[in-house]
Design a protein around this ligand. Structure first.
Ligand code: C2E
Ligand code: MG
Ligand code: MG
Ligand code: MG
Length: 276
């Protein structure tokens, strides 16, 4: 175990540091453009209308699909790609996979794709999004991009790029809402289409008065600003009941549907059609 010395530094030649270094080297080597198709795949998690229980959108989430011994969690894959400068091409790969897979599904659903800060900083990102929509012959309205607050804090260039994309008709969602440092400032500067209420609030919505009030206030804020709101991380019937009673119309979470491979999405949509 690493031990701190008096001034908060860590001792050198520590075993855990060495293996950590090896691990991050491995990650950098692994996330290479020419091997995406062999090592990575995209899963999809439904967003559900809480009144009708209908899926209205699917969020693309990256998954490790290579050898088990080299497994990486989604967040590690993204971080590795950000570190080795390949996040632009990885992000574009995910976007194209998602649009391609979405083509085969019920035309009334949308597709959501997460965007990394580094992608937004790159002017030309809007052109990439437009090219992908053309390539898969999809209207901009069928695509939602999810950005986090940290992604936008960095530079105003990111906001400018995001404006271009919104002007195309693509929906822009603010992910993990409430966990950043400048949520309200951001709302002042950009007209988001959707707020995704972070699951740390949803998790306590049925047990903690303060969290309950915070979630209620965010929903009210959404109504006043005419921004859609969705609750992330609905895991239990109690979460669901609490969100419904607060007037929340949309949700996502393990209770409503876990991230699943594309074949399962098609089956799920077909099964729902038969019930309706
Ligand atoms: P996110 O965009 O906030 O996605 C939600 C995460 O919460 C996903 O984790 C999802 O599997 C998980 N989740 C969904 N419902 C529940 C629930 O009810 N309970 C709990 N405990 N968790 C739930 P995942 O797939 O591990 O992704 C983690 C993060 O990695 C994402 O957070 C997103 O920021 C990033 N990410 C994933 N795929 C991509 C991608 O293609 N591009 C970029 N830039 N980031 C991605
Ligand atoms: Mg997301
Ligand atoms: Mg989120
Ligand atoms: Mg998150």
């Amino acid at each position: 175990k690493a031990k701190k010395d008096g001034r908060g530094r860590y001792q050198a030649f520590d075993d855990s540091n060495a293996s950590e270094l090896q691990r991050s080297k491995k990650m950098r080597a692994l996330v290479k453009q020419d091997t995406y198709a062999e090592t990575l795949t995209v899963h999809y998690q439904p967003m559900v209308c809480l009144q009708t229980a209908k899926d209205y959108c699917f969020e693309a989430l990256i998954r490790w699909n290579g050898s088990k011994s080299e497994y990486m969690a989604p967040i590690d894959i993204i971080q590795a790609a950000e570190q080795n400068g390949s996040i632009g091409s990885l992000g574009n790969w995910v976007l194209n996979q998602a649009l391609k897979d979405h083509q085969g599904w019920d035309g009334t659903t949308r597709i959501a794709v997460n965007v990394s800060p580094r992608q937004l900083g790159n002017s030309g990102f809007a052109a990439q999004v437009l090219a992908a929509l053309h390539r898969w012959n999809l209207p901009p309205e069928s695509l939602e991009l999810e950005v986090t607050e940290t992604a936008l804090l960095d530079e105003s260039a990111s906001i400018a790029e995001l404006r271009k994309i919104k002007e195309l008709g693509v929906q822009i969602a603010l992910d993990d809402f409430g966990t950043g440092y400048s949520s309200l400032t951001l709302l002042q500067h950009f007209a988001f289409d959707k707020l995704k209420i972070d699951r740390s609030f949803v998790k306590l919505v049925d047990s903690d008065t303060l969290s309950h009030e915070i979630v209620g206030s965010v929903l009210e804020l959404g109504r006043k600003l005419k921004i859609e709101t969705i609750a992330e991380g609905i895991e239990t019937e109690r979460h669901l009941a609490a969100m419904k009673s607060l007037g929340c119309n949309m949700g996502q979470g393990y209770l409503l549907g876990k991230p699943m491979p594309k074949q399962h999405v098609a089956e799920r949509l077909l099964a729902a059609e038969k019930v309706a």
